[in-house]
Write a protein that binds this ligand. Structure first.
Ligand code: SAM
Length: 470
């Protein structure tokens, strides 16, 4: 699934650049573009050289930056980099920070973040890197673009992350695209699916002992020592589980002034984490703007990709159901009756009630027929059947094992969210609960989830509310 709608709204690469126009303007770029028999423009994203030329061309065309990316060095994906820069801009604006000096930890061979930040916003930037070749190349790029009055690059030893860089009294922010991989865990890296685009960069840029989790942990510890000297600490994260890990590390250190966002490009997702040691009354990150795919805390952690089918039902409040709790109790009772396993998920940061459900067979459709068959089969009277007047009436069982089999029919999440003022065609407003169903697994697939949704609607007679303007 394309994550285009989650690209930052001010990102100029929300729509693909016009390759024809670029090839007319930049002869070097033209060599990497071809037109197929159907007249469609083709660009070779799997060639490292083509990606390098594309990035250099876009930096020139869109930012007037004349950049040289040395062979074997990481070619920065511009959409992701811009998402990060634009989020930093949001954080600066939200917290009304006008005098900006930023630090880019691990700036790399072209100092992409300092170049963009200085060129776009006139911010002062300091870049650091442990790699001498990267520092030399970064300095050349900065001088070529006459930005050395704004950007300084420091070669560091790598023992400390901030301490060798921080000399002044105060900085607005730090940013970092840390090496993702654990240097000792190269096997895992090789096992990963090959990327759609060519892989660029070499080991020193991409790996560090302990991987990005350990890098972030060190940043957290050093930030505690530096305290408010840096107003906002931020980092990019390349792996979803590093986000959960880093949030728990923040909490362990009693830092609750933090937030996170998502950076999307094509089918790739990265995460941004920001924290501050300044009290929330002065600088509150928890209310700052973020971009998060709806329910992504569930979809990407449990499903194989980010495209898990997602269905929604609106459950209005009435005399019997006055608050979210009442709806949850009723739906859970029905789920128990259907012999679906249910457990509550305690998710950090997530206020909505979230449950994980697992059905080993479809117990909700053709209720009557199934019950008759079951009644015949289970004539031992330990089971008592109650048929209610709804089509998918429930089976009440006094003591019975869940019908487990090796094959899961449907595994899905239910998220209950309070929603206000849903208007109907007559202009009446309804308060109620949005029940979101997200498929995780199971051979029942999307159809199985669709039938569950329909049975839920029928069971609680919610038909007329499903077309309301949400
Ligand atoms: C993934 S690259 C990021 C490069 C660039 N910022 C970008 O986004 O394209 C990580 C960079 O961090 C540098 N690095 C690794 N450990 C470091 C440390 N302790 N301090 C500063 N830089 C470090 C590497 O040399 C490499 O250039």
């Amino acid at each position: 699934m394309s994550l285009k709608s989650f690209i930052h709204p001010r990102n100029k690469y929300k729509d693909q650049p016009n390759f024809i126009e670029l090839s007319k303007l930049y002869p070097e770029f033209q060599q990497h573009v071809s037109v197929n028999l159907a007249g469609k423009v083709q660009f070779n994203f799997s060639s490292e050289e083509s990606l390098r030329v594309l990035t250099q061309t876009l930096l020139k065309h869109d930012f007037d930056l004349d950049v040289n990316i040395p062979p074997d060095k990481l070619v920065p994906a511009l959409t992701l980099r811009l998402n990060y820069v634009l989020w930093i801009e949001d954080l600066m604006n939200f917290n009304k920070i006008n005098e900006v000096t930023g630090i880019d930890v691990g700036t790399g061979a072209i100092a992409i973040y300092p170049l963009l930040c200085s060129k776009i916003y006139d911010w002062k930037m300091i870049g650091s890197d442990i790699d001498s070749a990267a520092v030399t190349s970064a300095n050349e790029n900065i001088q070529r673009n006459k930005l050395d009055h704004l950007i300084k690059v420091i070669k560091v030893q790598g023992k400390n992350i901030f301490k060798d860089v921080v000399t002044e009294e105060s900085y607005a922010f730090t940013m970092c695209n840390p090496p993702f991989f654990d240097a000792d865990d190269d096997k895992k890296r090789k096992k990963r699916l090959p990327p759609t685009n060519a892989k660029t960069g070499h080991a020193v840029e991409l790996s560090v002992a302990g991987g990005e989790k350990s890098f972030v942990r060190q940043m957290l510890d050093e930030s505690l020592e530096l305290n408010g000297k840096i107003k906002i600490y931020t980092t990019m994260l390349g792996q979803k589980n590093s986000l959960a890990y880093s949030k728990s590390e923040l909490r362990k250190r009693y830092i609750d002034n933090f937030t996170w966002t998502e950076f999307c490009q094509g089918k790739t997702k990265r995460w941004g984490l920001a924290w501050s040691l300044i009290p929330k009354v002065t600088l509150d990150l928890t209310k700052a703007p973020v971009i998060r795919e709806k329910y992504s805390h569930i979809t990407s952690s449990k499903s194989k990709d980010n495209s898990a089918p997602l269905l929604e039902v609106f459950f209005p409040f009435n005399n019997s159901f006055r608050e979210v709790k009442d709806v949850i109790i009723a739906v859970k009772k029905w789920i128990d009756e259907l012999h679906i396993e249910i457990k509550e998920l305690k998710l950090e940061d997530i206020k909505e009630a979230t449950y994980e459900l697992c059905a080993y067979k479809n117990t909700w459709i053709h209720g009557r027929r199934k019950r008759r068959a079951e009644m015949k089969a289970n004539s031992d009277e330990s089971k008592r059947l109650r048929v209610d007047d709804n089509e998918q009436a429930s089976v009440t069982v006094s003591s019975v094992d869940f019908p487990k089999s090796n094959h899961i029919y449907l595994k899905f999440n239910l998220v209950f969210t309070h929603v206000c003022k849903i208007s109907d065609t007559a202009g009446n407003n309804h308060d109620g609960v949005n029940i979101c169903m997200i498929l995780n697994d199971g051979h029942g697939g999307k159809n199985g989830l669709e039938t569950f949704k329909q049975c839920l609607i029928n069971k609680f007679r919610l038909q007329e509310y499903q077309k309301l303007n949400r």
